[in-house]
Design a protein around this ligand. Structure first.
Ligand code: AMP
Length: 395
């Protein structure tokens, strides 16, 4: 895999696609700097070699040019994190930008305006990509969050950098982490899938059945399996039209020798509310009027045993409605188990929007091996797809 480490950036201009799509508050302050911090190692490598950086990103979903979505809002945050005063230009292509790039000296950073102010970015327009390509000697893709999109700055631009394109350190680490789980993994390998819907993760399940020894199915999606097996799930969330699919997964898993672990008990509630009445119930015996909102104590114990035996773990999706304190216990217990297993030498990868949020909220981010920065991109890789942004560098 070709990365920034394979290049000497002395007197070179690195055109880096970063993912600075960060959350802003109503006064346009950055409320979570994780993505900026994640891009820092790549930027520092270029600067330390004696090169300069041209950073390009999107921010939000603007319709045309809109000050609300200007990347100028993040100049101070980026400057503070990298310890270099970042220059900004209020466009991302054209003469004015090319001039600013020409005047950029070694050790300097230029941040371009939001790429999505141009519709051409998302359309993957070749002319727009060619204009972007004029802004650097070497193209670096370090934006995992958009690597599954064939946009101008993430994919199309790479064709103008034959022999001068590479992965940034973050993207390289993301790819390596997923490889460590899916192909170069140490056995036993356990995948834990939770969250609300089977339908959104079916392709992931199908792809990973060939790669894992254990599959823990938790959270809301487990009820589709339980109902399909004849259990009484009361008012628990369920995708009735996916029951057959659930049975097929169980059958396929059996054929492939993959052990599937479903919850055996639940924390059930008489309302979808933090203040609801709560009971621990057998997973197959939830009466009408009650719904399972978290993994029960026996399930947590079973999941803990599986996790503690594992040498490789992939976790995507919470085990309950962790946003409510009353139903966060199962997700926290799982985070504890994974942290403990990681301490004993297991490789653990957490990915996908809500599990990442849970891991951060409950303080497990530093206790697992790797927390992925890309939700959709991560899911597509787990589905076995080759992402266009990654392919464009490898070509
Ligand atoms: P997903 O986006 O499919 O990964 O789903 C994440 C969401 O699933 C979170 O917002 C959780 O609150 C929700 N969730 C997890 N377990 C349950 C459950 N038992 N019932 C309803 N929602 C759940």
């Amino acid at each position: 895999m070709i990365t920034v480490n394979d290049f000497d950036f002395e007197n070179k201009k690195a055109l880096i696609r970063v993912d600075f799509n960060v959350p802003l508050d109503t006064e346009f302050n950055v409320t979570d700097t994780t993505r900026i911090e994640a891009a820092t190692p790549t930027i520092l490598k270029v600067l330390e070699d004696g090169g300069s950086c041209i950073l390009m990103s999107h921010l939000g979903r603007p319709k045309g040019v809109s000050s609300e979505f200007s990347l100028s809002h993040i100049i101070d945050s980026v400057s503070e994190i990298i310890w270099v005063q970042v220059k900004f230009i209020n466009d991302c292509i054209g003469e004015k930008v090319e001039e600013a790039v020409a005047n950029l000296e070694a050790g300097e950073i230029l941040l371009l305006e939001n790429l999505r102010f141009y519709d051409e970015e998302k359309k993957g327009d070749v002319t727009f990509a060619q204009q972007l390509s004029k802004l650097g000697d070497i193209y670096v893709n370090d934006a995992f969050g958009t690597a599954h999109r064939a946009h101008a700055s993430t994919t199309i631009v790479a064709q103008f950098f034959e022999g001068n394109k590479c992965f940034g350190k973050l993207l390289a680490k993301e790819i390596e982490s997923i490889k460590k789980v899916l192909s170069d993994s140490e056995k036993p390998v356990t995948a834990i899938l939770g969250g609300s819907k089977v339908s959104s993760k079916i392709t992931v399940i199908e792809n990973i059945l060939d790669k894992v020894d254990h599959l823990i199915v938790g959270g809301g999606m487990s009820f589709t399996f339980v109902k399909a097996l004849g259990g009484k799930i009361g008012n628990s969330i369920c995708e009735d039209d996916k029951q057959e699919m659930a049975l097929n997964i169980l059958k396929e898993a059996k054929e492939k020798g993959v052990k599937i672990h479903l919850p055996v008990d639940v924390i059930a509630a008489d309302d979808f509310s933090n203040d609801a009445n709560i009971k621990v119930l057998d997973i197959n015996e939830i009466p009408d009027g009650w719904q399972g909102l978290d993994a029960g104590p026996k399930s947590r114990e079973i999941f803990n045993e599986v996790v503690m035996q594992s040498k490789t773990i992939l976790w995507n999706g919470p085990l309950g409605v962790f946003e409510m304190e009353s139903f966060a216990g199962g997700t926290i217990a799982l985070g504890d188990s994974i942290s403990e297993s990681t301490k004993k030498g297991c490789f653990s990868l957490v990915g996908g929007g809500d599990s990442v949020a849970a891991v951060k909220q409950f303080g497990f981010a530093d206790k697992v091996s790797y927390v992925s920065t890309g939700g959709g991109a991560m899911l597509e890789m787990l589905e076995g797809k080759t992402l266009p942004g990654i392919e464009a560098i490898l070509k």
